[in-house]
Design a protein around this ligand. Structure first.
Ligand code: AMP
Length: 189
């Protein structure tokens, strides 16, 4: 099973993604995690991406598409995966379609976790106190929210139109949200 996870910064995507991957035994491919690893290893991609990540901006589409094409072509993706944080623009979604065709994979469902903006900002500020992430101060968080609204939220319509979208309320207990996601994925994916 191949899934995409969509949701604004702070909605709990990472937490829910891990639970879901454990449950279904699929790979968790988080582009944020991959990029942070590249940064810590001071690779060429990492050094390039850091400038964008630190400002809360998106790393350019061609960089992400090349990185994810290489990642998805590895053998360990055969048993399924969850894409967490990718695609984030319509351009990336179109590029992902081409990659999927090339490697003969298909997306089974796109899960959209949602919550209201104030709830999200409060959660991110709390997380920023302990995460040590360079992109979790209030101004950068607001910037990430705006970028999500402008560049990523159009993907909701994009995937709804091709009947792949599952919408889940991201406010509540972690285990209740997980139960809801599993129930819905089992029904549709
Ligand atoms: P995340 O951990 O998913 O919140 O990602 C952290 C940061 O990594 C984002 O704010 C972006 O700067 C960058 N990033 C992660 N995934 C992507 C993507 N698909 N496209 C562009 N930038 C990304």
């Amino acid at each position: 099973m191949n899934l995409i996870f969509l949701g604004p910064p702070g909605v709990g995507k990472g937490t829910q993604a891990k639970l879901l991957c454990d449950k279904y035994g699929i790979l968790h491919l988080s582009t944020g995690d991959i990029l942070r690893l590249e940064i810590s290893e001071k690779t060429e991609i990492g050094n390039f991406a850091k400038k964008f990540i630190d400002k809360g901006e998106l790393v350019p589409d061609d960089t992400l598409l090349k990185m994810m094409k290489d990642r998805l072509c590895l053998d360990d993706t055969q048993n399924g995966y969850l894409l967490d944080g990718f695609p984030r623009t319509i351009e990336q979604a179109k590029g992902l379609n081409l990659i999927m065709k090339k490697i003969n994979h298909k997306i089974d469902s796109v899960i959209s976790l949602f919550a209201n903006e104030d709830e999200l900002v409060n959660r991110l500020i709390k997380r920023g106190l302990t995460s040590g992430r360079s992109d979790e101060s209030i101004n950068i968080i607001r910037n990430r929210q705006q970028i999500y609204l402008k560049q990523t939220s159009p993907l909701l319509n994009y995937y709804e139109e091709i009947d792949l979208l599952i919408k889940i309320n991201g406010v509540g207990e972690i285990s209740d949200i997980n139960d809801e996601i599993v129930k819905t994925v089992d029904q549709y994916a």
